[in-house]
Design a protein around this ligand. Structure first.
Ligand code: ZN
Length: 319
């Protein structure tokens, strides 16, 4: 239906059936853009044009394939399920609004499950909580295994989507989540709450990392943000903070490019006189704090050669 370099045009709105539906950027527009740029810009007319090419039948079939009409099957009681138009009720206007994520309701878990299928090679997994059981000595007693799930898109399409969604974070509306040295993919979302035009929104951001081999996926939802309500702007920074904690915790390292940009090694200032030590530390962008009285440095924290960020607090002990 669409190849990544297909050209589209946004003039700020799109005519679907008897309605003119605005791009979020209205009264401005995105102008001429490729499919990839359309995703980066989260341009509504691009999604509406793609959905029109697909047609209501095929669009609906993929809503089903991506699990939006059923519970995810998570091993918890009381799971809710979304509300989707009946296939026969999807006219041009419904199709257009569905194409950019409006006029239907889904649960966050359904959203994550579908997004996971988009980037995991195409498999609609069933989410589970249990990974393994351990005995009283901490040894693994049992590792749970789960079925891979039905494949709903091809490996090839999934790989293309990983790349496109990575570019959303590195170059597009998801750039507030960009962390140098990490490959992060994501998609912003801004949904209008019902009733329409009440001025109430849900700003959200879905992300996964590392983008070329995803191991973690996160969803941040901000319910009724005040002021700016765009997903990328409101939820993006929250996501960045989450990922900057989660990825190192999971043992996922920044690549060399990002490491250079972010880290320096703590200089060894032991034995130096105070003025020289202070100068070197400040040149490295450190926030220098001095403990004690005197002229000579006899201790430092962090220790020499430890990886540090610019702005790190460096304490030197003098006598
Ligand atoms: Zn647009």
């Amino acid at each position: 239906m669409v190849s990544i370099n297909d050209n589209f045009h946004c003039n700020g709105a799109y005519v679907a059936g008897d309605r003119t539906i605005k791009c979020w950027r209205y009264p401005r527009s995105h102008g001429s853009e490729t499919f990839v740029q359309g995703v980066q810009n989260s341009c509504n007319p691009v999604f509406m044009a793609v959905a029109e090419r697909l047609g209501a039948d095929r669009f609906y079939d993929y809503m089903v394939k991506f699990g939006f009409t059923e519970k995810t099957g998570v091993d918890l009681n009381g799971e809710a399920v979304g509300i989707i138009h009946k296939k026969e009720n999807i006219g041009p206007v419904e199709l257009a609004t569905m194409s950019f994520g409006q006029s239907f309701q889904i649960t966050p878990l359904q959203l994550l499950r579908a997004a996971s299928a988009v980037v995991n090679g195409g498999y609609l997994i069933t989410p589970h909580f249990a990974v393994k059981t351990v005995d009283e000595n901490g040894n693994t007693a049992k590792v749970f295994e789960y079925e891979k799930g039905e494949q709903v898109i091809s490996e090839e399409t999934s790989a293309i989507m990983r790349d496109i969604l990575e570019s959303v974070v590195s170059e597009g509306t998801g750039n507030k989540t960009y962390i140098p040295g990490y490959k992060i993919g994501g998609k912003t979302a801004t949904s209008e709450k019902l009733p329409r035009r009440s001025g109430k929104y849900i700003a959200s951001f879905m992300s996964f990392a590392p983008a070329d081999e995803p191991q973690v996926m996160c969803l941040v939802l901000i319910d009724e943000p005040k002021g700016v309500y765009y997903g990328g702007t409101v939820a993006g920074p929250v996501m960045k903070e989450l990922l900057s904690n989660i990825l190192p915790y999971m043992g996922i390292e920044r690549d060399a490019e990002g490491t250079e940009e972010i880290f320096t090694l703590m200089p060894d200032v032991n034995g130096m006189n105070l003025k020289d030590a202070e100068k070197i530390l400040k040149q490295n962008g450190l926030d220098v704090q001095i403990r004690g009285q005197g002229e000579t440095v006899y201790g430092q924290f962090p220790p020499a050669d430890e990886k540090i960020n610019a702005g790190t607090k460096a304490i030197i002990y003098i006598k």
